[in-house]
Design a protein around this ligand. Structure first.
Ligand SMILES: [Zn+2]
Length: 167
């Protein structure tokens, strides 16, 4: 996901405008996560290495129970669009992340949370990697809410699960 694959953001002609808009928002979300506040130039595809103001700089690998190579995991991952993907997903061994049409109506901040959520599935330490993705959700929600201080539901792709009480 730190390398965006804009060429995968393709849909049927009636949906293409919405997907173009999603790509624009995803670029900005990736920029905020990796580099911090500022306008994305619309051309960047490599959102690495993580800059000093990037959201991920706030992570604390020890306290958040992350793999020591958590930044390299971000740097080595990819993000693409898949029209057949029901939600969002990451294939951990290859660190390939996919967003589906469900994301088309999402606001910027919810895209940030969703991308970070998928990334954290790959970045949690080895003890967590032995557990199912569902079992990882409480820790991921905790990091997004308490460490990264995102307001509102930490898991907008699945608001019914996890820790979604109002602030
Ligand atoms: Zn998940």
């Amino acid at each position: 996901m730190s390398t965006l694959k804009p060429e995968t953001f393709k849909e049927s002609p009636s949906e293409q405008k919405a997907v173009d808009n999603l790509l624009k928002l995803v670029r900005q979300a990736m920029h905020n996560i990796a580099f911090g506040p500022g306008q994305d130039d619309g051309k960047t595809v490599n959102y690495h290495p993580v800059g000093g103001l990037g959201r991920l700089r706030a992570l604390n690998p020890k306290e958040d129970l992350l793999d020591p190579s958590y930044l390299a995991i971000w740097n080595n991952s990819t993000l693409e669009y898949d029209p057949g993907q029901p939600g969002a997903e990451i294939y951990v061994p290859g660190r390939r992340m996919y967003l589906g049409p469900f994301m088309l109506d999402m606001q910027l901040v919810d895209l940030e949370k969703t991308i970070i959520h998928e990334y954290l599935h790959a970045a949690l330490n080895q003890d967590w990697q032995r557990l199912s993705m569902e079992a990882q959700h409480p820790q991921i929600n905790l990091i997004i809410k308490q460490r990264l201080k995102y307001a509102g539901p930490p898991n907008p792709a699945d608001p019914s699960s996890g820790w979604n009480q109002p602030d």
